[in-house]
Design a binder for this molecule. Structure first.
Ligand code: ADP
Length: 495
């Protein structure tokens, strides 16, 4: 099949979290199964063009895109992902010329986010005509690319190469919905009925791109079966769209993400000081010692690693509140993450209180992340919610036993050590006490070498490959047929 994917992140070109990894590895897996996958994303100012050999597509004209009174020109670049897909990057200095995917951090979200998302959506749909390539499916990922489905529903594409394209949305995180003030609607060049009740974008008098994508997509998936149940069953997880998702019935389902087992392989990972595999774990001991040295920590207890975005979702507050007890218990702790100032301040203070015991690294560093997975005994992910989570899968593959909260994809990927075939330690409630109790349990098992290695090896042996999930996506694509977009009952955008 010919599959057009639209995304704000694609690893390794641009990645802030799991979205970039998930889209790239799904696209690669589909490509390996014989599909023709083309991906569209923005060419951000900090994409390393020379390292990845990103180049201008020759012989193609610029794409003119109107936004209100501004006429933008978009130039098309390409990166040929060795894993298979062709990745097309939209170049526009005004909207994408600066560094950053979303602009989070000290400056908050970029104030032209809606315009950036509109350019991604409209630019992606220009591609088929330019390349004389008719996709069977337009598959958008997360709120940032949902406008592609809104334009698909609004434009008259009857005599174009998009005429027979089915549509699909994958929600990687429902908490980020691309909600914008309604005043920005005039710049989107869409029929007014899209934004006014009962228009698909209307959301408490604002615009909600994710809601529009959900209502228009021929099928909607999210990235784990448990998260799919949680978002419709619990208003806190649903973030205001639980009812909308529930209304989809069997047009909504959960498909667990796989991981790229070739890229994330401790036997071949060039970022590690020593390689290892389940057959020969000597390299893991070297990685552990090297990590302690790199982070200035003394040995003496189990090494607890964590890598992630420092946001309330990830439960880092629970970890910071428990560090004093954990250090007293002998743990050595390494945290790598960027995000909210209060969480990084708390971790920095904790590191100051516990020199030689706790290291906090406040940066985005993919190689160091890999050394933490490889060098840690335990990997902590006390998330409040977790659509899928890839970090715990990487940790298991690299021989770090996960300690996770039973939610979303964590519940679907980690089996508690108390059960047959256990691969980690799972706790239920989002409290400091529950996390520390769980770590006490893990510590006790860590002291028993044989029992520990049983859990660790069960995790390493778990197959989180894309083979199964990619086949499920294929089935969904086939079922979409030529239903270009779903028409919500009663009203619906017209061409
Ligand atoms: P999410 O998508 O919510 O961020 P995931 O567990 O799915 O969570 O994916 C997180 C990905 O981002 C992992 O590959 C993790 O290693 C990576 N990551 C997060 N923070 C950092 C960081 N500061 N440095 C390097 N990699 C990071």
């Amino acid at each position: 099949m010919r599959i057009l994917m639209v995304t704000a992140e694609y690893a390794p070109l641009a990645k802030t979290g799991g979205l970039g990894d998930a889209v790239a590895s799904l696209a690669g897996a589909l490509s390996a199964r014989g599909h023709d996958v083309k991906v569209v994303m923005p060419l951000y100012g900090d994409v390393d063009r020379s390292r990845y050999d990103v180049g201008r597509v020759s012989g193609l004209p610029d794409i003119p895109l109107r936004q209100g009174r501004v006429l933008h020109q978009v130039r098309l670049h390409i990166w040929k992902d060795p894993a298979g897909p062709d990745v097309y990057l939209l170049e526009n200095d005004t909207l994408y010329g600066r560094s950053g995917v979303y602009g989070y951090g000290a400056t908050g979200e970029f104030n032209d986010t809606a315009a950036r998302q509109a350019m991604l959506g409209a630019g992606a749909l220009a591609l088929p005509q330019l390349l004389s390539w008719a996709p069977h499916v337009v598959h958008v990922h997360d709120a940032a690319s949902c406008l592609a489905l809104v334009y698909l529903a609004s434009w008259d594409v009857r005599d174009t190469l998009l005429a027979d394209a089915g549509s699909m949305l994958t929600i990687h995180n429902l908490a980020h919905q691309a909600i914008h003030p309604r005043e920005l609607f005039e710049d989107l060049d869409l029929p007014r009925k899209m934004a006014w009740h009962p228009g698909v974008m209307e959301f408490h008098d604002d615009l909600n791109f994710m809601k529009a994508g959900i209502l228009l997509a021929g099928h909607v998936t999210t990235v784990s079966p448990t998260y799919a149940r949680e978002v419709v069953g619990d208003p806190e997880y649903g973030c205001g769209l639980g009812g909308v998702l529930q209304g989809l019935g069997d047009r909504f389902s959960g498909v667990l993400n796989g991981m790229d087992r070739k890229d994330w392989n401790p036997a071949t990972d060039p970022a590690l000081p020593a390689s290892f595999s389940a057959k020969d774990m000597t390299g893991k001991t070297i990685c552990r010692a090297a990590l302690l040295k790199e982070c200035g920590l003394e040995d003496g207890g189990p090494v607890l690693g964590s890598v992630g975005r420092l946001v309330p979702q990830k439960g880092y507050d629970l970890l910071t509140e428990s560090v004093d007890d954990l250090i007293a218990d002998g743990w050595r702790i390494v945290v790598l993450g960027t995000g909210d100032a209060d969480l990084s301040d708390a971790l920095r203070e904790a590191a100051g209180r516990h020199p030689g015991r706790l290291a906090f690294l406040d940066r985005f560093d993919e190689d160091l992340a890999r050394r933490i997975y490889a060098g840690s005994d335990v990997f902590a992910m006390p998330s409040r919610f977790e659509p899928c989570g890839l970090a715990q899968m990487y940790a298991m593959r690299y021989g770090a036993v996960p300690v996770v909260r039973r939610t979303g994809g964590l519940a679907d990927t980690v089996i508690d050590a108390d059960k047959p075939g256990g691969t980690g330690f799972v706790f239920n409630t989002s409290t400091t006490g529950a996390l520390t109790d769980c770590l006490v349990r893990a510590h006790a098992v860590w002291q028993d070498d044989k029992a520990w290695h049983k859990v660790l090896r069960a995790g390493m042996a778990t197959d989180f490959s894309w083979d199964g999930p990619a086949a499920v996506y294929e089935q969904h694509y086939r079922k979409l047929g030529a239903t270009r977009v779903h028409r919500p009952s009663g009203e619906g955008p017209t061409a």
